[in-house]
Design a protein around this ligand. Structure first.
Ligand code: UD1
Length: 417
């Protein structure tokens, strides 16, 4: 199994490009199931979760061709509407095939998902949504088994805001009969990117990016071509990598507007952060002050950057309070950061971080989930000596060769088998 070895102490500098968004690509690839024919996607990141999606779509009987960051999904019936445990257990987002399969084929058998171990992550809201649209759903032997005639549009009020639930609802409602109104919808840029592709296919959607989305179901969708939006979480991680080393870094080909909350927090810490339409620059900075964050749905501070921001706070002047507002158990990186010498006290969903610039020293650590892996690598960039981050397969689920990107900015980082 691969590990990443980081030797701390190098200031990063230079320009680095952002890859396409994993979290946008996954639902968009699954949305292909809504229309027969050849769908073409550009800026698809080369990641393990995309490989898992490719395997799942292939098992459903789609033909996939990949060439660098371009991907073609050919959907030609008969589709086998089943996502097996073997395929689903590695990627929770596989539940996103439920809506399209049900809407297009009237049936779906999807294994209950696995994925990141960040607290209990139920799928009740996905199931309630499909029921609301007219599906009958049972759970049998670890599978969600769903059946429906043509789905019927309805009002869907999410009591808890859910990104994946909103995406499944959007996809299913696009082919339902009549109008669906999603209230308390997720506003994340990935939801908006999905809506854009659905509209390219002929869906009638209004209000994406706001908390009320209206979908007028159509009888048929047709395949199209789409460029996946830039990955705001990767861009944010690279920005924090520049920040934590006190370096001068420009993150290019991203959407700065999607990172407004992170940018504002970095400015509050004392960093000089500027942006134009497609890039964000952070200037060298010798010390920064501790600043609290509370993760929240978009446009709030993203939970997917909480672990990386915590690494930055271990180097700040003063004490910060980090509140995790989305997931109940997303502090598993804390114990590993503490092994590097960080002073962090976690209590339920709040962690108090006492900053100490230069206070970390390298050690072997274990990546516990995707974003935790990135946080440990960032900490390694400033720890004295060598940090070996083990179980790096989590990182490969969601970052495209992060070590190469950091190396190109001057980091001393190496992947070892
Ligand atoms: C997506 C992102 C993930 C990000 C998360 C929150 C993808 C592939 N993943 O995950 O990186 O961290 O949004 O921004 O896009 N919940 C329920 N019942 C459900 C569904 C969710 O209780 O049926 C809860 C979850 O446990 C969590 C909260 O709702 O506490 C938000 O989860 P959700 O927005 O659905 O996250 P994902 O779509 O899984």
């Amino acid at each position: 199994m691969d590990s990443i070895v980081v030797v701390g102490g190098k200031k990063l500098s230079g320009k680095i490009s952002t890859s396409g968004s994993k979290n946008a690509a996954l639902p968009i690839l699954f949305s292909s199931l809504l229309a027969d024919g050849v769908h073409r996607f550009d800026n698809v990141p080369a990641l393990r979760d995309i490989d898992s999606t490719e395997l799942l779509l292939t098992a459903l009987n789609c033909d996939i061709e990949r060439d660098g960051h371009s991907m073609q999904v050919a959907v030609k019936p008969p589709i086998k509407p089943e996502a097996s445990y073997d395929l689903v257990r590695k990627m929770r987002a596989s539940i996103l095939c439920l809506g399209p399969l049900l809407a297009r084929y009237g049936e779906a058998r999807v294994s209950l998902p696995g994925g990141c171990a960040i607290g209990s992550r139920p799928i009740d809201l996905h199931i309630d949504t499909m029921r609301r649209l007219g599906a009958e759903i049972d759970t049998e032997e670890g599978y969600v088994v769903a059946r429906a005639g043509r789905l019927k549009g309805d009002r869907i009020l999410f009591e808890k805001l859910t990104v994946g639930g909103t995406e499944n609802a959007l996809m299913a409602a696009s082919l339902a009969k009549g109008t669906t109104v999603i209230e308390n919808a997720a506003k994340e840029p990935e939801v908006v990117d999905l809506a854009r592709y659905l509209k390219t296919m002929g869906a009638k959607i209004d209000g994406e990016g706001s908390s009320v989305i209206t979908i007028d179901g159509v009888d048929e969708l047709v395949p199209g071509r789409h460029r996946i939006v830039a990955d705001r979480i990767e861009a944010g991680t690279l920005l924090i990598a520049g920040a934590i080393t006190g370096g001068d870094v420009v993150v290019e080909n991203c959407e700065p507007e999607h990172l407004r909350s992170l940018i504002e927090h970095l400015i509050a810490c004392g960093f000089d952060v500027t942006n134009d339409e497609t890039s964000i620059s952070i200037a060298a900075c010798d010390s920064w002050k501790a600043t609290d964050i509370s993760t929240a749905p978009y446009p709030g501070f993203p939970t997917d950057l909480q672990a990386q921001y915590m690494a930055l706070m271990t180097q700040a002047e003063g004490t910060s309070v980090i509140t995790e507002g989305i997931f109940e158990n997303r502090f598993m990186h804390v114990q590993e950061l503490v092994r590097l010498g960080a002073d962090i006290s976690p209590m339920s969903q709040v962690a108090v971080v006492r900053g100490d610039r230069g206070g970390l020293s390298g050690a072997p650590v274990m990546a516990t989930d995707l974003r935790a892996s990135a946080s440990l690598i960032l900490a390694g960039l400033v720890a004295k000596g060598e940090t070996r981050v083990n179980r790096i397969y989590h990182l490969d689920r969601g970052y495209e060769h992060l070590e190469d990107k950091l190396k190109s900015l001057g980091a001393d980082v190496l992947r070892v088998s």
